[in-house]
Structure formats: structure tokens, C-alpha cells
Design a protein. Structure first.
Length: 128
């Protein structure tokens, strides 16, 4: 618990235990896709295929939104929904930049080590 408190994540975990709108979440994730640099480049290439005169022009000149950051894109009832790191940070009440706490006790002795090693490496021994 001290790790979560040190990172000021109490509000986030309280929010996770709050109400969930299952059908809303289902409809959002069914249509969700990741929009990253690769997807933005494909979007530009498709525009150029349709209209070769757009070759070498900027995204704005092609009539496309500028690519700012990787985001999850979806829609609910026809309303476009874009989720990026900045929005997630705002919702959970955290700074977008993040923070690092180096004063926590020795994490090599944490009781989670066995669980993490067993889950990731199917072995309780460290480094096996």
C-alpha cells in the first residue's frame, strides 16, 4: 500500500472500485483502435492514393488533423471518442509528466517478487 500512497494513486484505486457502465465500455472497446505514427502515415498514404496531387504536402494541407500523440480512437452512438495519456492522467487526477519516488524501502525484499516471477517466468526463483 505504501507504494501506491507514495505515488498518490489512492484516488485512482477508489475510482476503479466505483460504478462501471458495462454496456458503454463494451461498445467503446469493440470499435476501439490505436492511432499512432504508423496509422497516421497510412492515413496520409491513402489520401495520396486517392489524389496524387497531395504528394509531399503536410497533413493540414491534405485536410487531415495534425498527429499529436498516440491515442485510442473509438465511437459511442456515433460520437467520436479519443483517449490519450493526457486524458487518462486528468481522469485519475495525476500530473501528465508522472513522477518517481526513490525513497521507498528496498523493493528487492517485497512480497510481490515471488508472484511476479511466477507469473512472468513460471518460476518462483529470481532470474530463472
Amino acid at each position: 500500500m505504501e507504494y501506491y500512497e507514495a505515488q498518490d494513486l489512492g484516488h485512482y484505486f477508489s475510482m476503479l472500485n466505483g460504478p462501471t457502465y458495462e454496456s458503454l465500455v463494451k461498445h467503446l472497446w469493440v470499435r476501439a483502435s490505436v492511432y499512432d505514427k504508423h496509422a497516421a502515415k497510412l492515413e496520409e498514404d491513402q489520401k495520396v492514393l486517392i489524389d496524387p496531387s497531395l504528394e509531399g504536402k503536410t497533413r493540414e494541407e491534405m485536410g487531415l488533423e495534425p498527429f499529436v500523440a498516440t491515442e485510442i480512437r473509438s465511437s459511442i452512438m456515433g460520437v467520436p471518442v479519443f483517449i490519450n495519456q493526457e486524458i487518462i492522467a486528468y481522469v485519475i487526477g495525476r500530473a501528465f509528466e508522472g513522477n518517481y519516488k526513490d525513497w521507498l524501502d528496498n523493493n528487492k525484499k517485497t512480497p510481490w517478487n515471488n508472484l511476479v516471477n511466477e507469473t512472468m517466468f513460471n518460476n518462483k526463483k529470481k532470474g530463472s
